[in-house]
Design a binder for this molecule. Structure first.
Ligand code: ACM
Length: 262
């Protein structure tokens, strides 16, 4: 399976331009699955709920419709972060879209910083779905700080974690995602954004360094801290089915849930 990421710097408040860009990258990429950043259609740094309402869209909606058309033409799958509107509620969501439309949707469960002012936390289970016989799990950005989230997906059979992000703490997510990949023996595709977003008195610098990580925690492809970057690598998802780390140690069989209080 060929998996990869597209790291870029979405333009704030320009959903049409951002989604066209995502669609054109997807159309030009030789891959089975491409992961794009968190809130990739809208930008991240909202200063009011009105701004979010302007940018948010239903699922299915304009972004998933456009991506489905590309997916049908190119027989490709995409994971994209976007602001979702459901009635009067807004979610920081990610979708997995393929030739048949939306395969799954995830509403971010762990909201980071001022996301709490604008979004509802998701309350649905961490989602899994099949792409070409491979089980894909979805998480969004700050979820990386909660080992339970990745573990939940891995215990249910996730082989690849797709992780749209807007990371702002240098080095942290790039470290934890390697650890999460290694401790669960899964592949991990971190699609982070880069650049500075300045909106009124608010300013954030995003850390780039998107990567694809192997079940051993090795970095198979990596983007720089700044700049647009598209990377695709060939992976063998069957590697994730074997959770042994020595002849006598299997990471899942050695767990001691009888001792854990989580
Ligand atoms: C984040 O969750 N966007 C840091």
């Amino acid at each position: 399976m060929r998996v990869g990421f597209y790291q870029f710097s979405p333009e704030f408040g320009a959903p049409d331009a951002n989604r066209e860009r995502i669609a054109s990258v997807l159309a030009d990429t030789e891959a089975d699955l491409v992961v794009f950043p968190e809130l990739a259609t809208s930008g991240y740094l909202f200063t009011s709920k009105e701004e979010l309402a302007e940018a948010a869209e239903p699922i299915p909606g304009p972004t998933t419709g456009l991506l489905q058309r590309v997916a049908e033409e190119r027989e490709v799958f995409a994971v994209v972060g976007l602001p979702e509107r459901d009635g009067e509620r807004f979610y920081n969501s990610a979708v997995l879209v393929g030739p048949g439309g939306v395969l799954t949707r995830y509403r971010k469960a762990h909201l980071f910083f001022e996301e709490k002012l604008y979004f509802q936390p998701g309350n649905t289970p961490f989602p899994l779905c099949e792409v070409r016989g491979v089980t894909i799990g979805l998480l969004i950005c700050y979820d990386h700080m909660f080992p339970e989230a990745a573990r939940t997906l891995a215990l249910q059979g996730a082989q690849v974690i797709a992780h749209p992000s807007n990371l702002v703490m240098p080095g942290r997510g790039q470290l934890t995602t390697r650890v999460r990949a290694m401790e669960n023996r899964v592949f991990w595709v971190l699609a982070n954004r880069w650049g500075v977003e300045e909106r009124g008195a608010k300013k954030l610098r995003y850390t780039g360094e998107s990567h694809v990580v192997s079940p051993e925690g090795a970095v198979l492809a990596k983007a720089p801290a700044e700049g647009d970057a598209l990377e695709v690598v060939e992976i063998d998802p069957a590697q994730t089915l074997d959770k042994r780390v020595t002849k006598l140690n299997d990471l899942f069989e050695d767990r001691r849930p009888d001792l854990y209080r989580v």
